[in-house]
Design a protein around this ligand. Sequence first.
Ligand code: NAD
Length: 257
Amino acid sequence: MLLSAKTAVVTGSNSGIGLGVARALADAGANVVLNSFTNSEDDHALAKSISNEFGVNVRYIQGDMSKADDCRALIEQAGACDILVNNAGVQFVAPVDEFPPEKWDAIIAINLSSAFHTTAVALPMMRAAGWGRVVNIASAHGLTASPYKSAYVAAKHGIVGLTKTVALETAQEPITCNAICPGYVLTPLVEAQIPDQMKTHGMDRETVIKQVMLERQPSREFATTQQIGGTALFLCSGAADQVTGTTISVDGGWTAL
Ligand code: NAD
C-alpha cells in the first residue's frame, strides 16, 4: 500500500476535515495519530474504530494546539512523523474594531503558530527517516479575504507563507511542504456559522447556504472531507515528489473569480 510503514500525525482530527484526511491516510496504509484538545472516551473509541476499519495502528494523543508546549509534545509523543497534517483550526467573526483580542490570539495560535511548532519538531524526524510530507490545511482565505474574518484571514495567509518557507528550506531533501486551500466544506466549523449568518441576513437555512455562504463558490456545492483527504493523499504520493511550496485549491472555483 502507498503509505504502509509511514506514520501520519493529523492535528485537530476528531472531526471534520482532519478526520476525513486521517481516514484517507489510514485507508492508504498509514499508521495515524489523531489529536484534539479533549481527552474523552469518544476520542479513543474513534481511534479504535478507524484502526479496526483499515487494519492500521491508530492512536489518539490529547494536545491543545493553542499551546506551544503541547504542539511540540504531540510530535514527540507520536515518536515518528513521516506525514504531518496541520489542520487544527477555529473561526470567529466580528468587525476588526470589535474583534476581541483574546479571540485574535487564540486564532493565530491554533491556526498558525501550532504549525510552526509541530513542523519544527517533525522536520528532524523526517530527515532521519529520509522522507517526509508536510500538508497544511489553509483555506481559500489563505489566498483571498472576506470582511469580519481578520484573524482567520491573517492566520491562513500566514500559513501559506510558512508553507513556502518550509518548502524552500527542504527543497533539496526528499521532503515536501504544501498547503491545501479548501473553499466551504460542510463540517462542524461551518455548521456553527449557519445560525449566526441566518440571524445577520434574516434568511432561512437553505437560502443562507446558497446565497450567502456559497455565494463566492461558483460551483454552489460544498467541498467534501473525502475530497480534501484525496488531495492530501495525492500530496503524499510519488506523483507529487516535485510539488512543493504551493497551494492546491479545492474551492469550486472560488479563487478563479
Ligand atoms: P471542525 O471544527 O470540524 O474541526 C476543527 C478541528 O480542530 C476539530 O477536530 C477540533 O477539535 C480541533 N481543534 C480546535 N481547537 C483545537 C485546539 N486548541 N487544539 C487541538 N485541536 C483543536 O472544522 P473543520 O472545518 O474540519 O476545520 C479544519 C481545518 O480546515 C481548519 O484549519 C479550518 O480553518 C480549515 N478549513 C475549513 C473549511 C470549511 O469550510 N470547513 C474551509 C477552509 C479551511
